[in-house]
Design a protein around this ligand. Sequence first.
Ligand SMILES: C[S@@+](CC[C@H](N)C(=O)[O-])C[C@H]1O[C@@H](n2cnc3c(N)ncnc32)[C@H](O)[C@@H]1O
Length: 287
Amino acid sequence: MKLHEQARSAAIILCVLMLACGSESQATDAKAVAQNGGAPTPAQASAGNTAPKSKKWGPATGEHRPTLEEVHEMFETQPGARAFVFTWATNQQGTINNRWLGVQTIQNPLDAWVTQEIIWDTKPDFIVETGTHKGGSAALWATILAQVNPDGRIITIDIEDKVTKAAELPIVARSVDFIVGSSVDPAVVADVVERTKGKKVLVILDALHTEEHVGKELAAYSPIVNIGSYIIVQDTEVPMTPPALRYGGVARAAAAFVASNDHFEVDKSRERLVLTNNGGGFLKRVR
Ligand SMILES: C[S@@+](CC[C@H](N)C(=O)[O-])C[C@H]1O[C@@H](n2cnc3c(N)ncnc32)[C@H](O)[C@@H]1O
């Protein structure tokens, strides 16, 4: 699809979303307010029109600031909302072209923000990442970890070596260890277990997004996660190409793992920004 056609499709989805949410008139109101320097327009004020149309799903006002539950409900019950996020997350010019320190970093920025909070909260000695790609995400986690634990290290694993550019970054040279191999190769797993023994570990899974592969990764790496830390299972929700990777295999793997392992629970509080690629994938070790 050409760029202008994609932009048109995204715009159509956005319009559908706004209509579905009943927000067309609110958008018009917001535009009028913006044009009035942020204050309600005289017409709105005289009509007492500053309150949300729907108390439940209205915009944040002095009268009603939506709860997180209401926002989740709004999102979950609007098919247009989910379609929009999928389109936003997977289009060929969007998040896939994100860069950190100049290196391609295929991360939803909202999930990256939440991951930054998890790194702060858990203060790991090691972050183990499967799926290095160009090394942008490893560089991002390393940049944050350096502020939290200056001796912290990133171990990142990929079957391919594509990190020439990332490897030149000082933060990467200082604190990222690359392993080239499959994340489920028993020799690779044993190596990671050995390196992280007795340390605080956060695990981020972003390699092959199939149910089988993620299931094996969860079994292999969950024992090294300390109580209070997390396994972040990425891309549980995003329909991936090729089609063999679609239809929620990653989400099923995460759900099956949690159902069969009472050390971990899904931490829905980490989905508070709602537009996540990791729904059901923030797994906290609780015991
Ligand atoms: C979605 S990309 C990772 C993106 C990266 N974390 C980022 O944010 O930029 C997935 C990566 O997983 C790698 N991969 C595929 N199969 C793998 C396996 N069995 N073990 C480790 N990595 C694998 C691919 O080579 C690819 O680079």
